[in-house]
Design a protein around this ligand. Structure first.
Ligand code: NDP
Length: 288
């Protein structure tokens, strides 16, 4: 028999997770604050618990996918967690994850934290490439890996319970930086006779071509401590080019507010005498 799963939280994400365990033949007990959201899943074979305590009592493996950390604390405040394996896929900060791990331990539960790198339509669709970061005990992770791998790929990133959240936030933060660049690029062409749909593959192709090598080069340099560039576009050259970008933005009637903060950090690093480096030194300037 497949491992029984209890799932707390049937929002968009929880419902998507639930369907994959049902489809894979796992006995599934669900609970949601608003009970009506369980109805469709019950038709598909889930058991709806009358309350959260009954749901938790039903399985050793208890997966939580609620709105935020506060809702987890609220939902489980009075529930006996003794002997449970709590897997919290709710998005939180690393500190909240660490506190929640200690909180679970005090209640006699083992704890894994998770950060979901997927949107609901990617859940249960392996070719979509979604996965979940896990952190906490590797042994506990390995014990449940097969069950946890049903909805999406699994990547264990460390015993520190905060690391899944940290990886999640780091990747999403980089995504927002990328979105900022995309917004600026579209703004530059917005008022011209340029079809944004024709422009799109040029933009996405460029981002893809630049991102991989840049990320790897930055990583290698951070690890070695030597930021000296081995390509032609060193920091001095790149800073010298920034007026072209700012003047073009001005001439196109586009605010430089998204790109200028990055240029400012480049200028500061150059002023420290790092003209022969890549852009890696910006990482250190951000550290407070
Ligand atoms: P939804 O807004 O669709 O659902 C939120 C869920 O949390 C509902 O089940 C809701 O219950 C429950 N809830 C909220 N507050 C409380 C509370 N105080 N006590 C008990 N239950 C509560 O969110 P999602 O399902 O989309 O997201 C769930 C988690 O997954 C979040 O942490 C989110 O960041 C993460 N995630 C979501 C992604 C997405 O694209 N949707 C992507 C990656 C991660 P009720 O039905 O009663 O309101």
């Amino acid at each position: 028999q497949k491992t029984p799963v209890t799932l707390l939280g049937l929002g968009a994400m929880g419902t998507a997770l639930a369907r994959t365990w049902l489809a894979a033949g796992h006995p599934l007990t669900v609970w949601n604050r608003t009970p009506a959201r369980a109805a469709a899943l019950v038709d598909e074979g889930a058991r709806a618990a009358a309350d959260v305590a009954e749901a938790v009592a039903a399985s050793t493996l208890v997966v939580v996918c609620l709105l935020d950390d506060a809702s987890v604390g609220e939902a489980l405040a009075d529930v006996d967690l003794t002997g449970k394996d709590l897997v919290n896929l709710t998005t939180t900060t690393p500190a909240q994850a660490r506190d929640r791990a200690a909180w679970a331990r005090e209640r006699g539960a083992r704890y894994l934290d998770g950060g979901i790198m997927a949107v609901p339509p990617m859940i249960g669709v392996p070719e979509a490439g979604g996965y979940v970061f896990y952190s906490g005990s590797r042994e506990l992770f390995e014990l449940h890996q097969e069950t946890l791998a049903v909805p999406a790929g699994t990547v264990h990133v460390g015993e520190d319970a905060g690391f899944a959240a940290l990886h999640d936030v780091a990747l999403l933060s980089a995504m927002y930086g990328m979105f900022a660049g995309v917004a600026h690029a579209f703004a530059l062409i917005r008022k011209e006779d340029i079809d944004p749909v024709s422009f799109a593959p040029l933009l996405s192709g460029w981002i893809s071509a630049m991102a991989g090598p840049a990320v790897q080069q930055t990583a290698r340099q951070l690890k070695s401590g030597d930021y000296t560039t081995d390509v032609v576009s060193n920091l001095a050259m790149q800073v010298a080019g920034t007026p072209t970008f700012l003047t073009t933005a001005e001439q196109q009637g586009v605010s430089p507010e998204l790109i200028n903060p990055y240029f400012e950090l480049m200028r500061r690093r150059l002023a420290e005498g790092s003209g022969e480096e890549d852009l890696t030194g910006v990482v250190d300037l951000l550290l407070r």
